[in-house]
Design a binder for this molecule. Structure first.
Ligand SMILES: Cc1cc2nc3c(=O)[nH]c(=O)nc-3n(C[C@H](O)[C@H](O)[C@H](O)COP(=O)(O)OP(=O)(O)OC[C@H]3O[C@@H](n4cnc5c(N)ncnc54)[C@H](O)[C@@H]3O)c2cc1C
Length: 281
């Protein structure tokens, strides 16, 4: 899984499936559910920490489901495996505004729906018209944005185990020039603030109410703190980065140590935003 996660760590999955189309994806999920097999969906692996022991189950990677199409003047439909960066360019090319915030979130729209990904004042909740899903009981169905019950880095899709097949996004008419400007401005902000030169999974911890995780970590004296090649970024304390040859065990140990020390220093309990997959015991 180190080849399929932005942390560049993690052992093998038992089986790795790459369905060619929606019918294959749906059938794979249906058969695995019927068999009671352990499985998970994979987007771009940009919010995952997979155990070095790997994942004892089937990974279904949706990277081949990546069509993006214009549904009406102001709505776009994107298949689950389409990358946010591509959707943002597609929206810009069609003079549609509202998706600029997500251009630099290095995941798929499927992962973004599950996580209610957000940045710079935007979040999926604000632009999701509907989502085509496979329900926990195995039927293909359509949920409205409201039914997805989006919250901070969570959704009913995540809590209840839906598979996202595609999402329809409600955008607005805008000027291509303004959209390009906004995307450039946000890309620069990211480059300036975030350690994009190292593998990571973005913000390691959720933002605790009333605080910023990065500031709490910095105040606990943990800037640059490391376990092996896993390190609290020198550039942005909210990111744990892989300096080269970190293992998932090292990242995990670092996360635990940061939680412990931040709690000792401030009384605030940091909760990981990164999703742990597999056995870390
Ligand atoms: C440098 C960097 C910057 C980042 N900046 C941001 C940011 O600004 N804002 C933000 O919100 N996040 C950010 N992230 C985190 C991450 O990119 C988002 O959480 C993203 O939405 C994850 O998408 P993904 O496709 O990579 O999902 P994955 O990491 O592959 O999966 C995440 C979860 O979604 C599930 N999943 C994925 N696809 C599907 C599907 N089709 N159906 C059902 N379940 C699915 C997976 O099983 C897993 O539980 C950043 C990460 C990095 C590395």
């Amino acid at each position: 899984m180190s080849r399929h996660t932005t942390f560049r760590t993690g052992g093998p999955a038992t089986l790795f499936l790459r369905p060619e189309n929606t019918a294959e994806a749906t059938e794979s999920v249906r058969l695995l559910k019927e068999a009671g097999a352990e499985f998970m969906l994979l987007g771009n692996g940009s919010n995952l920490l997979v155990s070095d022991k790997g994942y004892d189950g089937v990974v279904i990677c949706l990277d081949k489901l990546d069509d993006i199409s214009l549904i009406s003047d102001t709505t776009i439909c994107a298949q689950a495996g389409a990358l946010n960066s591509r959707i943002a360019s597609f929206a810009r090319d069609n003079s549609l505004t509202g998706f600029e915030f997500a251009a630099g979130i290095p995941g798929t729209i499927g992962g973004a729906m599950i996580m209610n990904a957000g940045a710079y004042g935007g979040e999926m909740k604000l632009i999701t018209k509907s989502v085509q899903v496979i329900t926990p009981s195995g039927e293909v169905s359509e949920l409205t944005g409201e039914e997805c019950d989006f919250g901070y880095r969570t959704s009913a899709l995540k809590r209840e185990g839906y598979t996202v097949l595609s999402a329809t996004l409600q955008l607005e008419k805008g000027l291509e020039k303004d959209i390009t400007e906004r995307m450039t401005e946000l890309a620069l902000k990211r480059k300036e603030k975030q350690p994009l030169e190292y593998p990571s999974a973005g913000s390691t911890f959720k933002r605790p109410e009333g605080y910023f995780a990065g500031k709490l970590i910095e105040d606990a004296g943990l800037r640059g703190f490391s376990v092996g090649d896993a390190q609290v970024s020198e550039k942005h304390c909210g990111f744990v980065v892989n300096r080269g040859s970190a293992t998932s065990a090292q990242v995990y140990e670092l996360i635990q140590e940061v939680q412990k020390r931040v709690f000792e220093n401030s009384g605030v309990k940091l909760e990981p935003e990164v999703i742990m997959v597999g056995d870390f015991s």
